[in-house]
Design a binder for this molecule. Sequence first.
Ligand SMILES: Nc1nc2c(ncn2[C@@H]2O[C@H](COP(=O)(O)OP(=O)(O)OP(=O)(O)O)[C@@H](O)[C@H]2O)c(=O)[nH]1
Ligand SMILES: [Mg+2]
Length: 195
Amino acid sequence: MSNNKDFVARVIATHGKHSFVEDKTGKIFEAIRRGKKKDVVVGDLVKCKQSSDEQVAIESVEERKSLLYRSDEFRTKPLAANIDQVALVFATRPTYNPRFIWKAILAAETANIPMLIIRNKTDITEDDNQVRPFIDQLKELGCSIVEVSATAYPKETEQKLFPLFEHRITLLIGQSGMGKSTILNLLVKDAEQKT
Ligand SMILES: Nc1nc2c(ncn2[C@@H]2O[C@H](COP(=O)(O)OP(=O)(O)OP(=O)(O)O)[C@@H](O)[C@H]2O)c(=O)[nH]1
Ligand SMILES: [Mg+2]
């Protein structure tokens, strides 16, 4: 136990001044940011001082490799730090919002973070004609696109996606019902995400 010694950990969840951090052995601590600061975001590497078995104080935030922002009409706020890649999942059912996808592309581009677009649910072939022009448009812009069916072809999906996720801290985004949890369960065996 590293009592009273500083160590660096990664922020895995935040709620204002309260957060959770994980050290390099995988141990999770509750963390309080020193002072009145709310400058910690998910993905940050932070210098911690242990205050009890389960608690640490965050002393400082290490320099960020990247910082992704989320914005709406009203405000812009930091969403995640040190992300290597944004992976966006979309599908034709329930329905996708192209505006959401364009916004995500812009946000990743602005933060200088590579983006991977995953079109899921290719098994619903009757929607193919409708979605094809949109996919062509994305490709013309130079986006990387992978098309998969996480439930109909799980093995193929895993084979296509695993090399693209391996060794990269990836932020998985997408509207509800697109298949994020299904894909995560394929790629991370102990994820057990509800779908
Ligand atoms: N037909 C079809 N259905 C799929 C596929 N992948 C996922 N689904 C289904 O789509 C539904 C939503 O999948 P989830 O993985 O829960 O979607 P999600 O993006 O995590 O949704 P939220 O957690 O609400 O944001 C589930 O019923 C899945 O079984 C696919 O490739 N084809
Ligand atoms: Mg989900």
